[in-house]
Design a protein around this ligand. Structure first.
Ligand code: SF4
Length: 363
């Protein structure tokens, strides 16, 4: 059995008591079909696997369908996999259905169709991770195994104002979750904390006034529950700048294929300056333009785009030319009416949007 660590607060606040949460659950918990079958690990296992990445409302129908088609773990093990996958249709993540079938077969073959009673043993079965193992062990066999999923992480991080961001905080959260888990009525407690996270301690606008742990909750007392769990702050992306040169001739504009190597490799775009970290001068020097710059006019509006590793702001400089001669051998004059015949990167689509707002085609 897992050793429960002791917890204490440095300041004047009561500790969250498991019995307060259990009392709330017995009075206000959700009435879910599998809750009437807590003596039946097969049903609890089925519901827990289905609930991974799926909402309770969706799962209810599937749960009934599966229980009807496969009343026992032996029925599930004996079924062709295709039938299981067919019934699973619409729940997504089919590896869960395959593991369900595989797990049923292992249970029949190696465990005489009897579910093991501890989280440690349950975790050895296909498709059963630490959370599902702890859920089955606590709900069906009252083992005080701490369950830790996204809901529980949120509740614990708020209760104890865990300042370390997720996922680095997980060891601390697990230890606190274990300390809160009572030695008795662990099954009710597990379902209670699941319900609290799902219905009261919601990610946005938690209903602290209805929470049985409000007087013990650090984040609620400071009025900042939504500040927890803490998330790792991402370093700001570096900013780069450049100019696109929009050469025009009547109903045509000039575009070039970018070099295969590098960003937007092989895609069509306007010729541009290099993308540099220094902001460009307000007046774009004419020497920047690759193919002459007579009548260069800078658009007032720039285009912003975010790549994975940096942000880019591109100014657009229009340069009308008198002759439609090729400007280089990597590009071509393109008629506005043919624009959809080419594949443009998102950045260029944004550029076209700014142009459409500021430039009269054919002017
Ligand atoms: S008091 Fe509010 S923030 Fe704290 S555990 Fe309850 S619902 Fe969550």
């Amino acid at each position: 059995m897992t050793q429960a660590p002791k917890i204490s607060f440095h300041h004047n606040r009561s500790l969250p008591q498991a019995q307060d949460l259990i009392a709330w659950y017995r009075d206000q918990g959700r009435d879910l079909p599998w809750r009437h079958l807590t003596h039946d690990p097969y049903s609890v296992w089925l519901s827990e696997i289905m609930l991974q990445q799926t909402t309770v409302v969706t799962v209810i129908d599937y749960f009934h369908k599966f229980r009807e088609a496969f009343p026992t773990v032996q029925d599930l093990a004996a079924s062709p996999l295709d039938k299981v996958l067919h019934l699973w249709q619409g729940l997504g993540y089919y590896s869960r259905a395959r593991n369900l079938h595989k797990c049923a077969q292992v249970l029949v073959r190696e465990y005489q169709s009897v579910f093991p009673k501890t989280a440690v043993e349950l975790e050895k079965l296909p498709g059963i991770g630490p959370y599902t193992a702890a859920a089955i062990a606590s709900i069906c066999f009252d083992e005080p195994a701490a369950i830790v999923d996204g809901n529980v992480i949120r509740v614990i991080s708020r209760l104890f104002q865990v300042e370390t961001p997720v996922p680095q905080s997980l060891p601390e959260v697990r230890s606190l979750a274990q300390a809160l888990t009572p030695q008795e009525h662990a099954g009710d407690y597990a379902q209670a904390i699941m319900d609290l996270g799902a219905t009261i301690c919601r990610p946005k606008s938690p209903l602290c006034l209805l929470c049985p742990w409000q007087s013990a909750c650090g984040a609620a007392q400071l009025g900042v529950p939504e500040d927890y769990p803490k998330k790792e702050k991402k370093a700001p992306l570096p900013q780069k700048y450049g100019v696109f040169f929009f050469y025009t001739h009547g109903q045509h504009f000039w575009a070039e294929r970018r070099p295969e190597k590098g960003l937007l490799g092989g895609l069509m775009a306007f010729p541009s300056t290099a993308w540099a970290e220094d902001p460009l001068p307000l007046e774009v020097p004419e020497s920047f333009a690759p193919y002459g710059s007579e009548d260069l006019q800078l658009f007032e509006k720039a285009v912003a785009h975010t790549f994975t590793h940096f942000k880019l702001t591109m100014q657009i400089a229009q340069i009308p030319v008198a002759q439609a001669d090729p400007l280089s051998n990597q590009g071509q004059w393109i008629a506005w009416s043919d624009i959809d015949a080419h594949a443009w990167p998102t950045l260029m689509k944004k550029v076209f949007k700014v142009i459409a707002e500021n430039y009269c085609v054919g002017a």
